[in-house]
Design a protein around this ligand. Structure first.
Ligand code: 0A1
Ligand code: ZN
Length: 855
């Protein structure tokens, strides 16, 4: 191994910073190859760190031009990670430090710090990007007021806060709210805006701008509408108002993540802003709504109250995801949203939690913090808050949140602070609950039941699996929402939340006339894997009768997974009772079409592999793939003659609208079209493609065609029509890979990487191709090893330019231990080949080492 061991950062080592920063004045003189950054910091010794300390500032890749203390030149000690001024060079009272550095944004391919994206300057500072802009204590607990002067001839110059002055070739911005450096932002470019006005509950006028490239301004309306609805919702539901005169959003094409909540200046990956019916699918619309809300909600949960250190990342992310999920549930169908959120949780977080990358919601050590923007911190972090809310009740949750905002506004807080607020608001002791934050792994909940003399007893046993570095676990506090149904379908016990705290615990229900049918874990009330030997007939009963929409869906899902599992392990045929139940549901027009569309979605192949692995089997990707296809064929055959009518009945009425109701109808129509093409060889899908007037149907019809080996002509048409649109062309790339047969996936991908349009330095494009290959389960895990090799090759190629994106895409390999020894050996050899590369980034190195560590 040629790598050095980078330093591990530990929560236990936390210390406040030596100095306070009372005020920050920054002046940027922009130039692509030599931007000058002058930083004037008003510093003072921090009383929380008594003594006379040296000043250590973070800084990476900066060329220091000058450094003065109170106007006098000083000579700091420079290292690759920062600058140190010895204590003897510093006064014991407040002083002014001024540095001037030079940086080259056009050479910044990592997309962190100040970089350029197609002629426009922009920044990304979370988590530790500000140190690539100027020397600074780049840590979230150092909060300060920023004033920023930008010098450039570009027409639009933006930073955080409120505009102060606009000159001919300069602009000054001032942010009245103290903030950590990770929330700093600057944008400069030839941009146009889609603007609106908003009046807050207390009457403050706010100008809202969405800044985009010329030509994109007619694709901002949905994002603006989502923003306005988010602002209103946060006032109504959480009592939170916006706190500046202007709220700016900027769309950029080159961005490592989805979006960023910089104070008053959110920066977005353009794919999560730009939408029109012709270019965006209904899923895109829903994502845009959720991400706009997420970043906006950060203004209170993240910005006004930030994190003391990066170990507390879930404090802002878990809570903000929880809030954006609540918002989406209120805007759309709450049941459908909950099902979709749980599907994502299982697909991403349960997968992570079951493998070598498992870590607690609040990790206690890391090498590279960028590797911890994970499904565990975000999605499990949100589930933990949902569980807390379920345990204390809605009113207590509201009281606790009010107390949180009151007590901690302006703070850099911790998970301890967060839990204390709930303890104070409710009088509960949350010390056991805290294990949800400190211990990794998904609990398994085993359930047995017993009925005698009118008493029904449910016995639960929780198993908390070992995870890397955490062999021993404590029992968790589990809110288990249960309802009981009579055999005739009536609900005899409405939803009741049982609070489980022991490793094994029983709960009694008295006065029942007959053995009830239990509906357990309603609404997915706790983030566990439920393990109960449930007869198929009982699942079918719940699928028909459960009053809880989540569990009704779950019953169908579990039934489908049982069927798929038997097809894989026992070569069974798709069960007729499952087909009947599903067909019945699909055709029941008293039910929400969105819900029916979800029910028709077969369990994913990776999900099935995960379930089989969890049950002690070695999953075979080819068999899973074949079983899933066969289930689709059987379902198509079962619904057969009913499909054309179903599709017609769901035709759009009136012009396109992106709302949940219309989207639900389209989702069911497209699902039915996919099934129909299994029967008619794609004839209906071809016709649908030809007359599609929105992207949902265009992609739906194209997918249906590719699924049955057709669609070559339509792919060409699609390319010809959309070649100038980056976001739409990403779909063109990923779709072909998603639908490639297992044995062809690597070749199809390699061919696409050879096309001129494969701009691999753009993270969206890289993910649409290399990420898409890893998402094609049977294709990625093909026994030839061709896909493992191809992905590894591309990670090695991207890593020197953009370590963050390379590290994220490397999670493709996080499940390598699930499969047979042949596949394991090939995958492991590829991981070792990556690790042997001469100059691996700290990001990718940490990921590969962790993935190999659990061998
Ligand atoms: N805080 C953002 C996510 C984000 C994190 C890191 C980034 O660069 C490394 C960029 C964005 C959010 O939760 O939306
Ligand atoms: Zn966030």
């Amino acid at each position: 191994m040629t790598q050095t061991t980078p330093q591990t950062v530990r929560l236990a080592d936390y210390q406040p910073f030596t100095h306070l920063i009372q005020k920050v004045d920054l002046t940027f003189t922009l130039s692509p190859s030599a931007t000058k950054v002058k930083a004037r910091l008003a510093l003072a010794p921090n009383p929380a760190r008594p003594g006379h300390h040296a000043l250590k500032l973070d800084g990476e890749g900066l060329r220091l031009l000058s450094c003065t203390v109170d106007g006098v030149d000083v000579a700091p000690k420079l290292s690759p990670t920062g600058l140190t001024l010895a204590a003897r060079l510093l006064p014991k009272r407040p002083f002014i430090l001024e540095t001037v550095v030079e940086i080259a944004p056009e050479a910044n391919t990592a997309l962190t710090g100040l970089y350029m994206s197609r002629g426009m300057y922009c920044t990304q500072c979370e988590a530790e990007g500000f140190r690539r802009i100027t020397f600074y204590p780049d840590r979230p607990d150092v909060m300060s007021r920023f004033k920023v002067r930008i010098e450039s001839k570009l027409p639009i110059l933006l930073s955080n806060g409120n505009p102060v002055r606009r000159g001919k070739a300069s602009a000054v911005w001032s942010d009245p709210w103290p903030k950590p450096s990770y929330l700093f932002a600057l944008v400069a470019g030839d941009l146009v805006s889609h603007s609106a006005k908003y009046t807050t509950k207390s009457g403050r006028e706010v100008v809202l701008n969405i800044w985009v490239r010329r030509g994109d301004e007619d694709r901002c309306a949905y994002a603006m509408d989502s923003l306005i609805r988010s602002m209103r919702w946060d006032e109504e539901v959480y009592g939170r108002e916006y706190d500046l005169n202007v709220f700016n959003i900027v769309a950029v094409d080159d961005f490592n993540m989805g979006a960023m909540e910089n104070k008053g200046l959110n920066i977005f990956n353009s794919r999560y802003v730009l939408a029109s019916p012709e270019t965006a699918t209904d899923e895109d619309f829903a994502r845009i709504e959720a991400i706009i809300a997420h970043e906006y909600f950060h203004n209170w949960t993240g910005n006004r109250i930030t994190c003391r250190d990066w170990f507390q990342l879930c404090l802002k992310e878990g809570l903000t995801v929880f809030r954006d999920q609540q918002f989406s549930g209120d805007m759309r169908s709450a049941a459908v949203r909950r099902i979709e959120d749980v599907m994502t949780l299982r697909a991403r977080q349960f997968r992570e939690d079951a493998g070598p990358l498992a870590h607690p919601v609040r990790p206690d050590s890391f090498v590279e913090i960028n590797n911890f923007y994970t499904a565990t911190v975000y999605e499990k972090g949100a589930e933990v808050i949902g569980m807390l809310k379920r345990l204390v009740g809605d009113d207590a949750y509201t009281r606790a949140l009010d107390l949180y905002f009151d007590r901690h506004d302006g703070d850099a807080a911790t998970i301890e602070d967060w839990l204390k607020v709930f303890e104070d608001a409710t009088g509960r002791d949350l010390s056991q609950f805290k294990y949800w934050y400190t211990e990794a792994g998904t609990p398994k909940l085993h359930v047995t039941d017993h009925f005698a003399d009118g008493v029904y007893t449910l016995t639960f046993e929780q198993e908390n699996p070992a995870t890397p570095g955490q062999p021993e676990k404590h029992p968790k506090v589990l809110p288990i929402a249960v309802g009981l149904l009579n055999p005739n379908g009536d609900e005899v016990v409405p939803t009741t939340v049982l609070e489980m705290t022991e490793a094994r615990q029983s709960f009694r229900f008295e006065g029942l006339a007959a053995h009830p049918i239990p509906s357990i874990l309603r609404g997915f009330s706790a983030a566990v894997v439920l393990d109960r030997d449930t007869p198929a007939a009982e699942r079918a009963f719940l699928l028909a009768h459960d009053t809880d929409p989540f569990n009704r869906w779950e019953a169908g899902r579990a039934l489908a997974k049982d069927v798929m599992r038997r097809m894989v392990t026992d070569a069974a045929e798709p069960a007729a009772d499952w087909l009947d139940a599903l067909a019945h549901l699909a055709l029941d027009d008293t039910l929400d079409p969105a819900y029916r569309a979800l029910a028709l979605r077969l369990p994913g192949e990776d999900d099935m592999a995960q379930t089989l692995h969890g049950a002690g089997h070695v999953p075979d990707p080819d068999r899973i793939h074949a079983a899933r296809r066969k289930m689709g064929d059987a379902l198509a055959a079962r619904l057969g003659p009913r499909l054309p009518r179903l599709i017609d009945d769901l035709a759009d009425v009136g012009p396109f609208t992106p709302d949940a109701k219309a989207a639900g109808r389209r989702a069911l129509r497209v699902a039915a079209l996919g099934l129909l093409s299994r029967l008619d060889g794609g004839a209906a899908a071809e016709a649908a493609y030809a007359k599609a007037n929105n992207m949902t149907e265009e992609i739906g019809a194209l997918s249906a065609l590719l699924d049955v080996g057709k669609g070559a002509a339509q792919l060409d048409l699609f390319q010809a029509r959309w070649s100038a649109d980056r976001n739409v062309m990403d779909k063109w790339f990923s779709l072909q890979i998603a639908h490639a047969a297992p044995a062809d996936a690597a070749r199809v991908t390699a061919t696409l990487t050879d096309t001129a349009a494969f701009d691999w330095k753009n993270p969206n494009r890289f993910r649409s191709v290399i990420g898409a290959l890893s998402a094609n389960h049977a294709g990625f895990h093909h026994l030839s090893g061709a896909s493992y090799r191809l992905v590894a090759d591309w990670l090695l190629r991207l890593d020197p330019l953009n370590p963050q994106t390379a590290a994220r895409v490397s999670t493709a390999f996080e499940t390598w231990h699930r499969y047979d020894t042949t596949r394991q050996q090939i995958a492991k050899a590829e991981l070792q080949r990556i690790l042997a590369a001469p100059k691996l980034s700290r990001d990718l190195q940490e990921m590969i080492e962790r993935m190999l560590g659990a061998a």
